[in-house]
Ligand binder design. Structure first.
Ligand code: NAD
Length: 500
């Protein structure tokens, strides 16, 4: 796969998209259209239809028909695997194109976007194996007259609502696993970043996915998203986004058909650094953990909990690392930190930076917007002397803002790490295996990293403890999540009569 250049050009015109239902594009036609501007370049890049609730019904009906007539769930695992493998190959072949539109709508560095897209191809390849190995259980110990089976069946029509921070990656942490299970899908991407979800739908048709199994409806969260949560013919909803909207989704599901929910919500993730860690390694990891994707990352390591004896030296090491990160035009191959994706998020991050200053935290670096001539950028920011009660230590900022909380003992480190409503992810940095294991066991988080951070892949599941969510995506757990279990009792020979 060739890279087009070291600095791709902007599109001459914004690209017009329709939405995707029953294996075909539906043109925007007379519908209102949302024009998305590149957050890094301030120019219009895509035009996306604002779908209506009628459009959503059309997509749900298509997914419903495709599920109920068994055109997908009735296929063998081998046949489903073949489609997933082909999808992986097509994603690889179109990685440059997908990365380009992801970067334009999101503002993330093109090299990072490319890496994410290639990682997504791997997820389809991995999930193809799961389509073939998914199975239930059997009971051969019920006596000579009875045998028991436990079978897994696909849940049905699954809605997926995604956020704007990893539009393609988060979608692909779900779609191949859901398809492996035999379900059909209706997606609503974030209105800020719809392009690559739409491209994916077309790729899946090309890969041989039967019509109606993957539908994408674009539009706002308050209309289409809310209508999906309330929809009586959607059997399960995978929602990824803020904890506040997640709460609304739970209420809507309860008021409609009690659809099964998967929730991947916010995080305020601790990075626990002991004095005996390889501090050079840890400083690089902590800098990466807070600045990757400009900190707009649910698993970003935003709370540095560091042993007091090395706290000042370590803060200086992280500051030095961040000062050398390349911030700039995300279309440039060398860029490591791109733009802030939405204007609202830009305002939120700047609000929290001011809050940190007001609360009396010590500003170590950054502290505001970066003027790059165009687009919206924020300097990686570190606050020292943070106390656990400060707002910047408690709220998810979702930006490149690191708060430092020192500790003296292992128990204190664990208590600070757990002093949050969230439980999405955590890291520990130490050369002492006992400390690493104690922290791994006692810190409440769905994902844990030892002497690394933000590592991932299709094998290991994702999901949160506490208010970070319900359920798991990816790995074998990610397929099982989209199945329901049926137990089957089979009489062997003549039944013992109830009335003789
Ligand atoms: P958001 O909650 O504002 O929006 C997420 C999605 O929900 C969007 O598609 C939006 O249109 C839709 N939505 C908005 N209102 C809705 C409603 N009433 N009903 C149904 N859907 C609605 O989140 P965001 O700003 O796009 O993303 C940032 C948040 O997402 C952060 O809190 C972050 O931690 C979280 N996130 C979590 C994970 C994870 O895996 N845990 C991953 C990425 C992002």
């Amino acid at each position: 796969m060739d890279q087009i250049s070291t600095r791709q050009s902007l599109p001459a015109e914004p690209r017009d998209f329709g939405f995707y239902v029953d294996g075909a594009w539906v043109p925007a036609a007379e519908r209102a259209v949302f024009t998305r501007h590149s957050p890094a370049h301030d120019v219009p890049v895509t035009r996306i239809p604002k779908c209506t609730e009628g459009d959503l019904d059309m997509a749900v009906d298509a997914a419903r028909r495709a599920f109920d007539d068994r055109r997908w769930s009735g296929l063998s695992g081998q046949a489903r695997a073949a489609v997933l493998l082909k999808a992986g190959a097509l994603i690889r072949a179109r990685a440059e194109e997908i990365a380009y539109w992801e970067t334009l709508e999101n503002g993330k560095p093109i090299a990072q976007a490319r890496g994410e897209v290639l990682g997504c191809a791997d997820m389809y390849e991995y999930a193809s194996g799961l389509a073939r190995s998914l199975h239930g259980d059997s009971f051969n110990n019920l006596g000579d007259g009875m045998m028991g089976l436990v079978t897994r069946e696909p849940v049905g029509v699954v809605g997926i609502i995604t956020p704007w921070n990893f539009p393609f990656l988060i979608l692909c942490e779900r779609v191949p696993y859901i398809l492996a299970s035999g379900c059909t899908i209706v997606v609503k991407p974030s209105e800020m970043t719809s392009a690559t979800s739409l491209i994916l739908a077309q790729i899946l048709t090309e890969a041989g996915l039967p019509d109606g199994c993957m539908n994408v409806v674009t539009g706002s969260g308050s209309t289409i998203g809310q209508a999906m949560a309330e929809h009586p013919r959607i059997d399960m909803l995978s929602f990824t986004g803020s904890t506040a909207v997640g709460r609304r989704v739970v209420e809507a599901a309860g008021k409609s058909n009690f659809k099964k929910l998967g929730l991947e919500l916010g995080g305020k993730n601790p990075q626990v650094v002991f004095a005996d860690a390889d501090l050079e390694d840890a400083a690089d990891g902590v800098a990466f953990g807070i600045a990757f994707n400009t900190g707009q990352c649910c698993v970003s390591g935003s709370r540095l909990i560091v042993e007091r004896s090395v706290a000042d030296r370590f803060a200086e090491m992280v500051r030095d690392k961040l000062s050398r990160a390349v911030v700039g035009d995300p279309l440039d191959e060398a860029t490591q930190i791109g733009a802030i994706t939405t204007e609202a998020q830009n305002r939120t991050i700047l609000f929290y930076i001011e809050k940190g200053k007001e609360e009396g935290a010590r500003l170590i670096c950054g502290g505001g917007a970066l003027d790059m001539g165009q687009g919206q950028y924020i300097a990686p920011t570190i606050f020292g002397d943070v106390t656990p009660d400060m707002v910047i230590a408690r709220d998810e900022i979702f930006g490149p803002v690191l708060t430092i909380l020192p500790f003296d003992t292992l128990d204190e480190a664990i208590a600070i790490a757990n002093d949050t409503d969230y439980g999405l992810a955590a890291s520990v940095w130490t050369k002492d295996i006992d400390k690493a294991l104690v922290v791994t066991r006692r810190v409440q988080a769905g994902r844990f990293w030892v002497n690394c951070t933000l590592a991932g892949g299709p094998e290991l599941p994702l999901g949160g403890f506490k208010q970070s969510g319900w359920g798991r995506e990816a790995g074998k757990y990610g397929v099982e999540e989209y199945t329901q279990i049926k137990s089957v009792h089979i009489e062997i020979g003549k039944r013992r009569p109830w009335i003789a």
